[in-house]
Design a protein around this ligand. Sequence first.
Ligand code: NI
Length: 229
Amino acid sequence: MILCIPDVLTPGQVSHCREKLESAIWEDGKKTAGHQAAQAKDNMQVPAGHPAAIETGQGILKALSENPLFMSAALPLHYLPPMFNRYSGGQQFGTHVDGAIRNLPNGQRIRTDLSCTLFFADPDEYDGGELVIEDTYGSKSVKLPAGHLVLYPSTSLHHVTPVTRGARLCSFFWLQSMIRSDDQRTQLFDLDCAIQRLAGSLPDEEAIKQSTVQLTGVYHNLLRQWAEM
Ligand code: NI
């Protein structure tokens, strides 16, 4: 499942974060890439231990923990601390898959089930810089307003197109979900969406119709998974 989550940060939080990040040190992004990804990667990053990265990252994780849509879709167990990147002057990141296992600062290893990109610059501030995610249904190009986040399976091939004007500033990070399988997590998310819609005060006809379609989908997807013939 690829899901865009609007308004993770308010415009005020976005500008506060941007001020902090702009005064931070920036270094070559190849430093944190594996051998193969390093060949495709051309961007700048704030070093992981930098106070601006730590403080901003904690603010992002707090905002996400209070975001019901994100929590329902990701069912997070462990996070890697958010990192920050900037693309400008034609920089890009060619097609790659994110590494499966990463180390937390305390040495604990986590499995990357979901990748997150949180945008800090609005789309009209730069040209290019689309995050293109390939899945079995084709590719999806994502470029969101500042403060919005995209959540996508870490199993997917993806790339960032060259930034030919302005600068693209983002946070990116990974999480291990309580539910390892993207398929199972998606079914739980669909169930929860239908429940939330129906549990709202006096759901209207449209909400009931949407929920019925969604619940029917979950029924058939579970049947497909469990049926033996
Ligand atoms: Ni990546």
